[in-house]
Design a protein around this ligand. Structure first.
Ligand code: NDP
Ligand code: 2IT
Length: 449
């Protein structure tokens, strides 16, 4: 194991997800380091794996019964070599420093791939919005921003949504920032349309992942038309992944949440997808309710004692993991391959374990790592920042066109880097190398800061 990984493990032994993310990048960029001795000499690995700044803070808030709770808030300002820190906020009980450092680390390379000027950051809290009233969520968001506001700004650090943070939370966070700073600036992205949001931002991550998948299929003279797809999750990314797959003639047969998954053999059509959007975004219900409405579908409860996740054990052509990290392990990957899946496109961040990735690469599956495939979300966040700076709103078609151009460019960049380093078509090393080289060169240009 390279020394840098050993020292990261020794320094923060509990940060397993962060170690996993770093390991993936470092393994991929070895040939780049061999070709560029100045990188090693300048200790770029040591520098790029250490956040520029970590902010941790107390968030006290009061529930509807008048009881006080305390959660922990975080913002990891990972790397600002190519632009202001940029990345989402996650509200989920599993949130800890390891998870946010892995997400911030991934974000640095993802943002570099988008062609836009954005550094990398991530933040969030172990607060669980599930089951909370709108007022409780508002009070929490206000408490969170009461500290975060002093660390962020439109040219410093621009947060956005992630798991558990959608339009409602962005609204409450923005309102508090505006009040505390007495300024109306594009300090958060994912805003609602009426007050500075961008058209296509809600759709961007899911649409972008499907555009990326189409590009990969096109390299084999193929398309999504007629393809059966497995999608996990049922939140923002999953919903718009399904929408774009339907647009392009594919059929989606699964969706999930943390309680279980549904299998709908006849396919989730537009009407069923509208039902899921209302269920999840307005009623904040569970995916199990899908079978009350569509009784031919089958619901299976999540069972964490199983070695494999049965969602990934259905006959299909493509898989779009769009829920959370490490949701496809080696056993799941074996099942996917056995069932005929030839494309895996990561809508979520790091949804595949290293064992799963090895199997996909070994079998020459079209495998797109999240930092390339799900970059459409942050890319349109970058476009939202540009529109805010100009105080303009671009039409839907224009933003969608720019998103498609960016996804095509990321795809080509990954292919070029993989070919340059002797493994053409390996998007995993292509994405890691291209993102890494861009950030590291900027760091070297700017001296030891
Ligand atoms: P949402 O909160 O909208 O949806 C998350 C979905 O994943 C829900 O269905 C949720 O189920 C499920 N989920 C969350 N945690 C777990 C878990 N531990 N086990 C099983 N299921 C889980 O989030 P997003 O759709 O925005 O995010 C999904 C993924 O996409 C994340 O990995 C995120 O980092 C990534 N991503 C998001 C982007 C964005 O623009 N939003 C951009 C790029 C990547 P439940 O309702 O039960 O919690
Ligand atoms: O993981 C991600 O790229 C996001 N959650 C979106 C970040 C952003 O700033 O839009």
């Amino acid at each position: 194991m390279p020394d840098i990984l050993k020292s990261i493990e020794a320094r923060d032994p509990a940060e397993k997800e962060f170690q996993q993310a770093v390991h993936e990048v470092i393994e991929s960029v070895k040939p780049v380091l061999d070709r560029n001795p100045e990188y090693r000499h300048s200790a770029v690995l040591e520098r790029i794996t250490e956040p520029e700044r970590v902010i941790m803070f107390r968030v006290p808030w009061m529930d509807d019964q008048g009881k006080t709770h305390v959660n922990r808030g975080y913002r990891i300002e990972m790397n600002s070599a190519i632009g202001p820190y940029k990345g989402g906020l996650r509200f989920h009980p599993s949130v800890n420093l390891s998870i946010l450092k892995f997400l911030a680390f991934e974000q640095v390379f993802k943002n570099a791939l988008t062609t836009l000027s954005m550094g990398g950051g991530k933040g969030g809290s172990d607060f669980d919005p599930k089951g909370k009233s709108d007022n409780e969520v508002m009070r929490f968001c206000q408490g969170f921003m009461a500290e975060l506001f002093r660390h962020i700004g439109p040219n410093t650090d621009v947060p956005a949504g992630d798991i558990g943070v959608g339009a409602r939370e962005i609204g409450f966070l923005f309102g508090m920032y505006k009040k505390l700073r007495n300024e109306f600036t594009g300090v958060l992205t994912g805003k609602s349309l009426g007050w500075g949001g961008s058209l296509i931002r809600p759709e961007a991550t899911g649409y972008g992942a499907v555009y990326f998948a189409s590009e990969m299929l096109a390299t084999r003279d193929d398309s999504l038309e007629g393809k059966t797809c497995l999608v996990s999750g049922s939140g923002n990314v999953a919903q718009y992944t399904v929408e774009k797959i339907i647009d392009l003639g594919g059929k989606v047969v699964t969706l999930s949440d943390s309680s279980g998954y549904i299998f709908d053999e006849s396919g989730i059509d537009r009407g069923k997808l509208d039902y899921v959007k209302r269920l999840k975004n307005l009623r904040r219900g569970r995916i199990s309710e899908y079978i009350d409405k569509y009784s031919a579908a089958v619901y299976t409860e999540a069972d964490s004692t199983l070695e494999n996740n049965p969602l990934w054990d259905h006959a299909a052509d493509c898989a779009f993991p769009s829920a959370t990290q490490n949701e496809i392990n080696g056993k799941d990957a074996d099942n996917l391959i056995r069932n005929g899946v030839s494309l895996v496109c990561e809508g979520a961040n790091m949804p595949c374990t290293p064992g799963a990735i090895d199997r996909f690469l070994d079998k020459k599956i079209l495998y797109a790592p999240g930092k390339a495939a799900n970059a459409g979300g942050v890319a349109v966040s970058g476009l939202e920042m540009a529109q805010n700076s100009m105080r303009l709103n671009w039409p839907r078609e224009e933003v969608d066109e720019r998103l498609q151009i960016i996804m095509r460019s990321i795809h080509q960049t990954c292919l070029d880097a993989s070919a340059e380093y002797g493994d053409p078509g390996n998007y995993f090393i292509g994405a890691n190398i291209a993102g890494f080289v861009k950030v590291v060169n900027a760091m070297l240009d700017q001296g030891l800061v």
